[in-house]
Design a protein around this ligand. Structure first.
Ligand SMILES: O=P(O)(O)O[C@H]1[C@H](O)[C@@H](O)[C@H](O)[C@@H](O)[C@@H]1O
Ligand SMILES: [Mg+2]
Ligand SMILES: [Mg+2]
Length: 280
Protein backbone atom coordinates (compact mmCIF):
# COMPACT_ATOMS: atom_id res chain seq x y z
CA UNK A 1 0.00 0.00 0.00
CA UNK A 2 1.39 3.44 -0.92
CA UNK A 3 2.70 5.29 2.12
CA UNK A 4 1.01 8.67 1.85
CA UNK A 5 3.34 10.25 4.40
CA UNK A 6 6.66 9.10 2.95
CA UNK A 7 7.15 12.26 0.86
CA UNK A 8 6.52 14.36 3.98
CA UNK A 9 9.05 12.30 5.96
CA UNK A 10 11.63 12.58 3.17
CA UNK A 11 11.13 16.35 3.25
CA UNK A 12 11.49 16.41 7.04
CA UNK A 13 14.85 14.63 6.85
CA UNK A 14 16.10 16.94 4.09
CA UNK A 15 15.04 20.16 5.83
CA UNK A 16 16.34 18.96 9.21
CA UNK A 17 19.74 18.39 7.62
CA UNK A 18 19.61 21.87 6.00
CA UNK A 19 18.60 23.37 9.35
CA UNK A 20 21.53 21.60 10.98
CA UNK A 21 23.89 23.28 8.52
CA UNK A 22 22.37 26.65 9.52
CA UNK A 23 22.90 25.81 13.21
CA UNK A 24 26.53 24.78 12.68
CA UNK A 25 27.14 27.93 10.65
CA UNK A 26 25.62 30.14 13.34
CA UNK A 27 27.98 28.67 15.93
CA UNK A 28 30.77 30.62 14.23
CA UNK A 29 28.89 33.92 14.76
CA UNK A 30 28.11 35.86 17.89
CA UNK A 31 24.78 34.67 19.21
CA UNK A 32 22.40 37.33 20.54
CA UNK A 33 20.57 35.73 23.43
CA UNK A 34 16.99 36.61 24.35
CA UNK A 35 14.80 35.11 27.08
CA UNK A 36 11.21 33.81 27.17
CA UNK A 37 9.46 32.33 30.24
CA UNK A 38 12.39 32.81 32.59
CA UNK A 39 15.91 34.24 32.72
CA UNK A 40 17.22 30.81 31.74
CA UNK A 41 14.65 30.00 29.01
CA UNK A 42 16.83 31.17 26.13
CA UNK A 43 16.09 31.83 22.46
CA UNK A 44 18.22 33.22 19.62
CA UNK A 45 17.56 34.56 16.16
CA UNK A 46 18.86 31.24 14.86
CA UNK A 47 16.01 29.39 16.63
CA UNK A 48 13.57 31.73 14.89
CA UNK A 49 15.27 31.55 11.46
CA UNK A 50 15.47 27.76 11.55
CA UNK A 51 11.78 27.47 12.42
CA UNK A 52 10.85 29.81 9.56
CA UNK A 53 13.08 27.86 7.17
CA UNK A 54 11.28 24.63 8.07
CA UNK A 55 7.76 26.09 8.02
CA UNK A 56 8.20 27.97 4.72
CA UNK A 57 9.67 24.90 3.01
CA UNK A 58 6.73 22.77 4.17
CA UNK A 59 4.12 25.37 3.14
CA UNK A 60 5.51 25.31 -0.42
CA UNK A 61 5.22 21.52 -0.71
CA UNK A 62 2.27 20.74 1.57
CA UNK A 63 0.10 23.89 1.70
CA UNK A 64 -2.75 22.27 3.66
CA UNK A 65 -0.56 21.05 6.52
CA UNK A 66 -0.62 22.72 9.92
CA UNK A 67 2.14 23.63 12.36
CA UNK A 68 2.98 23.72 16.03
CA UNK A 69 6.35 25.45 16.30
CA UNK A 70 8.08 26.35 19.54
CA UNK A 71 8.95 29.88 18.48
CA UNK A 72 5.59 30.46 16.69
CA UNK A 73 3.81 29.53 19.93
CA UNK A 74 6.18 31.84 21.83
CA UNK A 75 5.08 34.59 19.42
CA UNK A 76 1.41 33.96 20.32
CA UNK A 77 0.19 31.22 17.97
CA UNK A 78 -2.04 28.55 19.46
CA UNK A 79 -0.81 25.07 20.37
CA UNK A 80 -3.83 22.95 19.53
CA UNK A 81 -3.46 19.57 17.87
CA UNK A 82 -6.21 18.70 15.38
CA UNK A 83 -6.71 15.61 13.20
CA UNK A 84 -5.04 17.49 10.33
CA UNK A 85 -1.48 16.64 9.26
CA UNK A 86 0.59 18.74 11.68
CA UNK A 87 4.34 19.44 11.86
CA UNK A 88 5.47 19.72 15.50
CA UNK A 89 8.73 21.63 15.36
CA UNK A 90 11.50 22.41 17.84
CA UNK A 91 13.95 24.29 15.63
CA UNK A 92 16.75 24.08 18.16
CA UNK A 93 16.32 21.64 21.02
CA UNK A 94 19.14 22.52 23.37
CA UNK A 95 19.25 26.27 22.85
CA UNK A 96 21.24 26.79 26.04
CA UNK A 97 23.78 24.27 24.73
CA UNK A 98 23.80 26.12 21.39
CA UNK A 99 24.46 29.46 23.11
CA UNK A 100 27.40 27.90 24.98
CA UNK A 101 28.62 25.72 22.08
CA UNK A 102 28.00 22.71 24.35
CA UNK A 103 27.97 19.97 21.70
CA UNK A 104 24.45 18.52 21.98
CA UNK A 105 22.03 20.48 19.78
CA UNK A 106 19.13 18.97 17.84
CA UNK A 107 16.53 19.91 15.26
CA UNK A 108 13.36 18.02 16.17
CA UNK A 109 10.45 17.49 13.78
CA UNK A 110 7.41 15.39 14.70
CA UNK A 111 4.53 14.79 12.29
CA UNK A 112 1.04 14.01 13.55
CA UNK A 113 -2.13 12.88 11.76
CA UNK A 114 -5.38 12.21 13.65
CA UNK A 115 -3.46 13.23 16.79
CA UNK A 116 -1.05 10.30 16.32
CA UNK A 117 2.66 10.79 15.56
CA UNK A 118 3.29 9.21 12.14
CA UNK A 119 7.01 10.00 11.89
CA UNK A 120 9.71 11.63 13.97
CA UNK A 121 13.02 13.14 12.90
CA UNK A 122 15.71 14.32 15.35
CA UNK A 123 18.92 15.61 13.81
CA UNK A 124 21.78 15.91 16.30
CA UNK A 125 23.59 18.65 14.38
CA UNK A 126 27.04 18.54 15.96
CA UNK A 127 27.23 14.75 16.00
CA UNK A 128 25.78 14.53 12.46
CA UNK A 129 23.36 11.84 13.66
CA UNK A 130 19.97 11.64 11.91
CA UNK A 131 17.49 9.79 14.11
CA UNK A 132 14.28 8.76 12.34
CA UNK A 133 11.20 6.68 13.00
CA UNK A 134 8.06 5.91 10.98
CA UNK A 135 5.11 4.47 12.91
CA UNK A 136 5.18 0.67 12.66
CA UNK A 137 8.46 0.59 10.73
CA UNK A 138 11.22 0.89 13.35
CA UNK A 139 13.68 3.54 14.47
CA UNK A 140 17.07 4.32 12.94
CA UNK A 141 20.19 6.42 13.40
CA UNK A 142 21.91 7.27 10.09
CA UNK A 143 20.04 4.30 8.63
CA UNK A 144 21.16 1.79 11.28
CA UNK A 145 18.35 0.14 13.31
CA UNK A 146 17.94 1.23 16.92
CA UNK A 147 17.04 -1.04 19.84
CA UNK A 148 16.53 -0.03 23.47
CA UNK A 149 18.57 -1.57 26.30
CA UNK A 150 17.42 -4.97 27.64
CA UNK A 151 18.24 -3.99 31.24
CA UNK A 152 15.43 -4.62 33.77
CA UNK A 153 17.42 -3.88 36.95
CA UNK A 154 17.07 -0.18 37.87
CA UNK A 155 20.27 -0.47 39.94
CA UNK A 156 22.20 -1.08 36.71
CA UNK A 157 20.56 1.75 34.78
CA UNK A 158 21.59 5.13 33.50
CA UNK A 159 18.71 7.59 33.82
CA UNK A 160 18.58 10.87 31.90
CA UNK A 161 16.73 13.96 33.02
CA UNK A 162 16.92 17.77 32.89
CA UNK A 163 16.29 20.54 35.39
CA UNK A 164 14.13 22.53 32.93
CA UNK A 165 13.71 26.28 32.60
CA UNK A 166 11.64 26.99 35.72
CA UNK A 167 13.37 28.32 38.82
CA UNK A 168 10.16 28.35 40.85
CA UNK A 169 11.34 27.13 44.29
CA UNK A 170 8.45 24.68 44.74
CA UNK A 171 9.00 23.12 41.32
CA UNK A 172 12.76 22.98 41.88
CA UNK A 173 12.20 21.24 45.23
CA UNK A 174 10.08 18.54 43.53
CA UNK A 175 12.67 18.16 40.76
CA UNK A 176 15.55 17.79 43.21
CA UNK A 177 13.71 15.38 45.50
CA UNK A 178 12.83 13.20 42.52
CA UNK A 179 16.46 13.34 41.36
CA UNK A 180 17.69 12.40 44.85
CA UNK A 181 15.22 9.51 45.10
CA UNK A 182 16.39 8.08 41.77
CA UNK A 183 20.12 8.71 42.29
CA UNK A 184 20.04 7.00 45.70
CA UNK A 185 18.22 3.83 44.60
CA UNK A 186 21.03 3.70 43.56
CA UNK A 187 21.28 3.77 39.79
CA UNK A 188 24.57 3.53 37.90
CA UNK A 189 24.27 7.19 36.91
CA UNK A 190 22.12 10.17 36.08
CA UNK A 191 22.89 12.08 32.90
CA UNK A 192 21.46 14.94 30.87
CA UNK A 193 22.44 15.91 27.33
CA UNK A 194 20.71 19.28 27.79
CA UNK A 195 18.09 18.43 25.17
CA UNK A 196 14.99 16.30 25.63
CA UNK A 197 15.11 15.06 22.05
CA UNK A 198 18.68 13.78 22.28
CA UNK A 199 17.99 12.27 25.72
CA UNK A 200 15.14 10.30 24.12
CA UNK A 201 17.38 9.23 21.23
CA UNK A 202 19.91 7.98 23.81
CA UNK A 203 17.15 5.80 25.29
CA UNK A 204 16.22 4.55 21.80
CA UNK A 205 19.91 3.80 21.15
CA UNK A 206 20.23 1.71 24.32
CA UNK A 207 22.74 4.17 25.86
CA UNK A 208 20.38 5.16 28.68
CA UNK A 209 17.60 3.04 30.17
CA UNK A 210 15.24 5.97 30.71
CA UNK A 211 14.60 9.68 30.45
CA UNK A 212 12.00 11.60 32.46
CA UNK A 213 11.16 15.27 32.86
CA UNK A 214 8.41 17.57 34.07
CA UNK A 215 8.41 20.89 32.24
CA UNK A 216 8.97 19.84 28.64
CA UNK A 217 6.68 20.87 25.78
CA UNK A 218 5.08 18.88 22.98
CA UNK A 219 7.69 20.13 20.48
CA UNK A 220 10.53 18.80 22.69
CA UNK A 221 9.22 15.23 22.72
CA UNK A 222 6.87 14.58 19.77
CA UNK A 223 9.56 13.22 17.45
CA UNK A 224 11.53 11.50 20.22
CA UNK A 225 8.43 9.76 21.55
CA UNK A 226 8.01 7.80 18.31
CA UNK A 227 11.75 7.10 18.02
CA UNK A 228 11.69 5.56 21.53
CA UNK A 229 8.56 3.48 20.94
CA UNK A 230 9.71 2.28 17.51
CA UNK A 231 13.03 1.22 19.12
CA UNK A 232 11.01 -0.99 21.49
CA UNK A 233 10.67 1.43 24.39
CA UNK A 234 7.66 2.59 26.40
CA UNK A 235 6.19 5.99 27.24
CA UNK A 236 4.30 6.84 30.42
CA UNK A 237 3.03 9.86 32.27
CA UNK A 238 5.11 10.59 35.41
CA UNK A 239 2.15 9.27 37.43
CA UNK A 240 2.28 5.94 35.58
CA UNK A 241 -0.72 6.51 33.34
CA UNK A 242 -0.76 6.93 29.58
CA UNK A 243 1.61 9.52 28.19
CA UNK A 244 -0.02 12.79 27.08
CA UNK A 245 2.32 14.80 24.88
CA UNK A 246 0.51 18.04 25.74
CA UNK A 247 0.79 17.52 29.53
CA UNK A 248 4.41 18.74 29.90
CA UNK A 249 5.39 15.49 31.62
CA UNK A 250 6.99 12.31 30.31
CA UNK A 251 8.80 9.09 31.18
CA UNK A 252 10.48 7.35 28.23
CA UNK A 253 12.12 4.02 29.07
CA UNK A 254 13.47 0.81 27.58
CA UNK A 255 10.71 -1.28 29.19
CA UNK A 256 7.75 -1.01 31.55
CA UNK A 257 9.69 -2.49 34.51
CA UNK A 258 12.20 0.36 34.47
CA UNK A 259 9.53 2.95 33.64
CA UNK A 260 7.27 1.98 36.55
CA UNK A 261 10.23 1.84 38.95
CA UNK A 262 11.12 5.43 38.05
CA UNK A 263 7.49 6.57 38.37
CA UNK A 264 7.56 5.39 42.00
CA UNK A 265 10.42 7.80 42.77
CA UNK A 266 9.09 10.91 41.00
CA UNK A 267 7.46 13.64 43.09
CA UNK A 268 5.06 14.71 40.37
CA UNK A 269 3.43 18.10 39.95
CA UNK A 270 1.26 19.60 37.27
CA UNK A 271 1.90 22.50 34.91
CA UNK A 272 -0.40 24.37 32.55
CA UNK A 273 -0.89 22.14 29.50
CA UNK A 274 0.52 23.17 26.14
CA UNK A 275 -3.01 23.19 24.68
CA UNK A 276 -4.54 25.25 27.51
CA UNK A 277 -6.60 28.20 26.18
CA UNK A 278 -4.42 31.25 25.50
CA UNK A 279 -4.58 33.86 28.27
CA UNK A 280 -6.67 36.78 26.95
O1 LIG B 1 16.25 24.10 24.09
P1 LIG B 1 14.78 24.08 24.11
O2 LIG B 1 14.12 23.84 22.79
O3 LIG B 1 14.20 25.27 24.80
O4 LIG B 1 14.28 22.81 24.96
C1 LIG B 1 14.81 22.45 26.23
C2 LIG B 1 14.13 23.27 27.33
O5 LIG B 1 14.46 24.64 27.18
C3 LIG B 1 14.60 22.81 28.70
O6 LIG B 1 13.92 23.55 29.69
C4 LIG B 1 14.34 21.33 28.93
O7 LIG B 1 14.84 20.93 30.18
C5 LIG B 1 14.99 20.51 27.83
O8 LIG B 1 14.65 19.16 28.04
C6 LIG B 1 14.54 20.98 26.45
O9 LIG B 1 15.21 20.24 25.46
MG1 LIG C 1 13.16 22.02 23.13
MG1 LIG D 1 13.84 24.83 21.13
Amino acid sequence: MADVWQSSMDHAVAVARKAGEMVRGALKDDRTVMTKSSAVDLVTQTDQKVEQLIIQSVKEKFPTHRFIGEESVAAGESCNLTDDPTWIIDPIDGTTNFVHAFPFVAVSIGFSVNKQVEFGVVYSCLEDKMFTARRGRGAFCNGEPLQVSEQTDIHQAIVATEFGSSRDPTAVDHIFRSLRNILCLPVHGVRGAGTAAINMCLVASGCAEAYYEIGIHVWDVAAGSLIVSEAGGVLLDVDGGDVDLMSRRIVAANNRTIAERIVKEIESFTLQRDDAPLQS
